[in-house]
Ligand binder design. Structure first.
Ligand code: UFG
Length: 345
């Protein structure tokens, strides 16, 4: 049984880490929301991104276009901006693609993270917040998924995230790295202001795809399997608002700067929604009928994934504030209605 640490309380809504903070992958979906929150809290922040999937339009703070394959370039950015902490979002994150092209995942996730860690070590930067994933657990043997669940990832994507967690733990022991590994469940939603949101190419995530049907950009939404052992036969996931995820990163930075590490915890809401429930919510929010087509199961999809326990609260004072699926879908719809073709338009 987990015993909460005797750390003083922390409020993610007031967490104000010292800067400058370097956000690697800060032009991406979760990264850009975290950068915006740092900006709002007046924390000096710099983004490093190669824009392979991120969007320059999502960033209005100092920006460095940089490849993580290029260690000299990373070193230059660190020397120029002298960050006191790094938040590392940059990674490939498609489970299906990781099965067909694992080399890309080992290179871009594991090797590039090694480059970043080595350059941080050379520059004497100790604090790192890292995007991990519930995919590190693999097929749940027990629900809800707590941090005590064994980590036996089934996809190369999940394996690379676990390798990275292990690297961080080894660097912590040997070189004094202080790290937080935050295991996200399904990131979803968009900024309340409607200026930041999810824009992937190709899009594979359920909520934006469903909303693209409502916009008339797709004819129907494919449901990958309606014969799962769940109440309505479709997969259940824990959708967590991207702005809630961002709040957790600021709290984690403060904890690291207090010298409290390592931090390994889930970021989920504790409540799961089925694919059909998400589609039904989108019908309500958009007023569109959203036709569906039943397709075979997608390989590697566990029937149910949702988070449990209170570790994120115990360590970071973090609870999701925007845990309703309707609010998540509404914010995503607001962004997409304003950016029908993504950021570029
Ligand atoms: N789904 C459909 N139709 C679609 C797209 C998705 O039915 O067109 C279903 C999926 O089968 C799944 C659910 O909707 O049951 C959610 O799928 P997403 O692709 O939106 O998200 P995943 O659960 O596959 O992926 C998320 C994160 C990954 C992470 C993974 C862990 O995006 O980064 O959870 O399982 F690795």
């Amino acid at each position: 049984m987990h015993t909460p640490p005797a750390w003083p309380p922390i409020d993610p809504d007031r967490a104000n880490p010292a800067g400058p903070v370097l956000v690697v992958g800060g032009a991406g979906y979760i990264g850009s929301h975290t950068v915006r929150l740092l900006e709002q809290r007046k924390v000096p922040v710099v983004v490093l991104d190669n824009l392979s999937t991120g969007h320059r339009e999502a960033v209005r703070v100092p920006f460095e276009h940089c490849e993580l394959s290029d260690r000299a370039a990373i070193a230059k950015v660190l020397a120029k901006h002298q960050p006191c902490a790094v938040v590392h979002f940059a990674a490939k994150c498609y489970v299906g693609e990781s099965v067909t092209d694992p080399a890309k995942y080992y290179r871009e996730n594991v090797i590039h993270t090694f480059h970043l860690l080595e350059e941080m070590r050379a520059a004497g930067i100790q604090d790192l917040v890292f995007s991990s994933s519930c995919a590190t657990y693999g097929e749940p043997t027990k629900l809800p998924l707590t941090e005590e669940h064994t980590q036996l990832p089934i996809s190369p994507y999940g394996k690379t995230k676990l390798h990275m967690e292990h690297m961080l733990a080894d660097y912590a022991r040997a070189y004094g790295l202080r790290f937080a590994a935050l295991r996200y469940f399904n990131a979803a939603g968009a900024s309340q202001a409607g200026d930041l949101g999810e824009d992937h190419d190709p899009e594979t995530h359920l909520i934006p795809l469903v909303l693209q049907v409502a916009l008339g950009q797709r004819k129907e939404i494919a449901i990958f399997g309606d014969d799962y052992p769940t109440p309505d036969g479709t997969c259940i996931r824990d959708y967590v608002h991207v702005e809630d995820l961002a709040r957790a990163h600021l709290a984690a930075l403060v904890r690291l700067q207090e010298g409290r590490a390592p931090i390994l915890c889930n970021l989920g809401t504790g409540t799961g929604f089925s694919v059909k429930q998400v589609i039904q919510t989108a019908r309500k929010v958009t007023g569109h009928p959203i036709p569906v087509r039943i397709e075979p199961r997608r390989p590697g999809d566990p029937p149910e994934l949702y988070s449990g326990g209170t570790l994120a609260y115990d360590l970071l004072g973090w609870k999701p504030r925007r845990a309703g699926i309707e609010e998540i879908v509404r914010d995503a719809w607001n962004f997409l209605s304003k950016h029908r073709e993504g950021y570029a338009h």
